[in-house]
Write a protein that binds this ligand. Sequence first.
Ligand code: TRP
Length: 349
Amino acid sequence: MTYQEAVSGQTILTGDRPTGALHLGHLVGSLRSRVKLQETHKQYILVADVQALTDNATDPQKISRNVREVVIDYLAVGIDPSKSTVVLQSAVPELAELTQYFLNLVSVTRLSRNPTVKMEIQQKGFNRSLPAGFLTYPVSQAADILAFKATHVPVGNDQLPMIEQTNEIARRFNQIYDVPLFTEVEAIVPRVGRLPGIDGQSKMSKSLNNSLHLSASANDIRAAVYAMYTDPQHIRVSDPGQIEGNVVFTYLDAFHPDDTLVEDLKVRYQRGGLGDMEVKRILEEVLQETLAPIRARRAEIASQPDSVMDILRRGTAVARKLTASTLDDVKAAMGLIDLKNGTKQWSKR
Ligand code: TRP
């Protein structure tokens, strides 16, 4: 489903790996819909530092440093801590515990078939030495989702295999332990495709050096727009230009509030007579207007580091209550021993 179809009363869980500051791709792909969803839904946002460590074990400081940056980004784009609960994954040990139980419900073969993980293994050069934690991160992600009893998970298309894995675990758990504990979750996928990097590469990513951060300065924005990939065959202003794969138009679609104007620009560009400089000028203006208030909010929030940590502390405390209760149910369903009360029995409350 798309987020327009999401109905209130549902519980949303979503998250990001804090491997870097967030960029325009995050704004289009997830942040904007989260800002809307928090008005109608119970929403938990997980800063997934444990997951980030699965491929950054040798550089934990990078992850810790970015936790704060990511939370500041959330607040700057309009995530409201009185409406959304922001949670630090490493501070919720229940998630790790739940992961441990779930790991027994998944085969290694199944894990190695996850298309997203497969691709990431290639990209990261893990062919020779694959961290076990990396191969199993989809199980930890399933624990994240199920621990919060989420009904909906807004994610990009690359995350659909994680949702599938989550539902397999949910079904298997219910079946093996014969309890209706977990309900299947549904992905909420963005209507717009993934925002390409400024170089026209498929994905905006820090490692490809083709991204524009939410904290970008006015000069960064200008430089990025003027470096943006357009149509290499569009040499003279009078030449007809191509819209397909033209990053400037993709961004205009994503950010310009006036669709009619953008359609008109497209027609003129394709006919010939509209220069790259002119379209880039229009895009730059839109991006400057989009990012200026975010940058200002960012600076304001960053000047109060204690309040950022407070928000995380409070959200995490709420999360621990919820996940502890799920974990209790899990242990009871499995019939594990509770040292206070003897063997735990699942009871449908
Ligand atoms: N894997 C997600 C990503 O790379 C981040 C994430 C961790 C997540 N836990 C989650 C997303 C739970 C949704 C739900 O973007």
